[in-house]
Write a protein that binds this ligand. Structure first.
Ligand code: CAO
Length: 419
């Protein structure tokens, strides 16, 4: 048994390149040409394959390390005798190791650096894009010059993996993730079936996450005046306090913003490359139920008073929690609000509910001390997070939408919500 070193080969122009993936583990038995690490520079990405076979004794690089030709990648226990057995070292090898004798292994049999996986070449940006979508770039055939993979190739690959038909997602190629150890090996566990609602919503979320290029814009709205108004609502006849949550005001403000920015009240038809503009204002809202998340629609919110919206929110969420809601009520929406304000937290990244193109996330209102006219005053701040489909909505439009919404719920709220 000999210890062999696998070093970074000559990579031409590459200097101080970053390790972005370590593709092997300590103790793993590898064959010659198995990929060991992926390196990424500004220009391109390469995988470094092994020049030897054997069992990995120690890995000397980690993700984020900057390495150069001759640096030690790993040591290997190999049956194959080599001319120059390598001394073991107790501490992590510095990656800057270029002694002549120690590079003998590689210099005799230089490990060729190859464009990633040997099959696909792609820019770091595209590789990152593919990684974020969980796609293996090596499986994607590039349509660009010299087989280079484009963003469109990645999207087409994802589409080919997930076929959506009649609300059901069928995975053509199921990736099986085998855990190295079972959960039960670490302590007591319990197993139960995934609730039906989660089984149904899961593929829908996957479709949204993998197909829609999301952008999420976070903002804060001064809702001090609105909150004062909300807390001062009393029934004209009975004198009783009217309880309406901020969500009713937000839904009303959202309708006003949808009128001003029709791209948010739209859907995309990719087959015909058309935008469908909706002339109705059916607002979806995420409801947390014991069975899982449901997103019913409130129809024609533009024609409702704030008090009526408040009542409808209560009634509809109750129907969801009791599983009495009609299935059709989950379809035909303009845009969705996901409010976690009743629970807590500030900003998050809501996932668009297709075929809609945007979703508004709402956090919990908090107090902030600000200086106003040389006085310190307390303001009520509402955190919002707007996710939108970047294929239809540009960043500037997203920002304008947030500003407008801020005006509707801010000092202009009485005026804006009345229209
Ligand atoms: N800031 C401060 N307080 C808020 C608030 C906000 N942004 N939003 C609601 N509240 C308050 C309400 O005023 C109410 O206070 P009182 O108990 O004093 O009346 C309390 O929080 C509870 O409100 P609520 O959550 O019951 O009512 P709602 O109209 O705000 O929301 C519903 C209704 C159905 C959206 C909500 O019950 C729910 O299910 N939220 C979870 C949505 C969710 O899971 N989203 C994540 C989707 S992605 O996984």
């Amino acid at each position: 048994m000999a210890i062999q070193k696998i070093l970074v080969p000559d990579m031409g122009d590459f200097k101080d390149v970053e390790v972005i993936e370590v593709l092997v583990k300590k103790g793993q038995v590898i064959k010659k040409n198995d990929s060991l690490i992926t390196l990424e520079s500004d220009k391109s990405s390469v995988e470094v394959p092994s020049t030897q076979e054997g069992k990995i004794e120690k890995i000397n690089v980690s993700v984020g390390d900057k390495i150069n030709k001759g640096d030690l990648i790993l040591t290997l226990e190999s049956k194959q005798e080599i001319n120059e057995p390598v001394k073991e070292k107790s501490k992590k090898e510095p990656v800057k190791e270029k002694k002549q004798k120690e590079v003998v292994q590689v210099q005799q049999q230089p490990a060729p650096s190859v464009p990633t996986s040997g099959k696909s070449s792609a820019s770091p940006k595209i590789r990152k894009f593919a990684r974020e979508l969980g796609a293996d770039i090596s499986k994607i055939s590039g349509t660009q010059r010299a087989g280079r993979v484009s963003e469109e190739d990645v999207k087409n690959f994802i589409r080919s993996q997930v076929t959506v038909s009649q609300g059901e997602v069928q995975k053509k190629e199921v990736t099986k993730y085998v855990e190295e150890y079972s959960h039960g090996e670490f302590g007591e566990i319990a197993t139960q079936d995934l609730p039906r609602v989660k089984k149904l919503s899961g593929p829908h979320l996957v479709r949204s996450w993998t197909e829609i290029p999301h952008v999420t814009q976070h903002d804060e709205i001064d809702v001090t005046d609105m909150e004062q108004f909300r807390n001062s609502l009393y029934d004209y006849y009975t004198g009783e306090k009217i309880k309406v949550t901020p969500l009713a005001f937000i839904a009303k403000a959202l309708v006003s913003a949808l009128k001003e920015f029709p791209n948010f009240n739209a859907s995309l038809n990719h087959e015909s490359n058309k935008i469908i503009y909706k002339k109705y204002f059916h607002i979806g809202f995420a409801v947390d139920t014991p069975h899982g998340l449901m997103v019913p629609k409130l129809r024609n919110v533009d024609q409702m008073s704030i008090q009526k919206i408040g009542e409808e929110l209560k009634n509809t969420s109750q129907l969801c929690r009791e599983l009495k809601i009609d299935k059709k009520e989950f379809f035909g929406g303009s845009m969705t609000i996901s409010s976690l304000g009743g629970i807590g937290g500030t900003h998050f990244t809501p996932i668009i509910n297709p075929p809609e193109v945007a979703i508004l996330g709402v956090g919990r209102t908090f107090d902030r001390l600000v200086k106003e006219k040389n006085q310190i005053v307390s303001k009520k701040i509402l955190p919002i997070s707007l996710s939108y489909d970047h294929r239809l909505i540009d960043g500037a439009e997203g920002a304008r939408f947030c500003v407008y919404l801020g005006k509707c719920l801010g000092k202009d709220f009485a005026f804006k919500l009345a229209v």
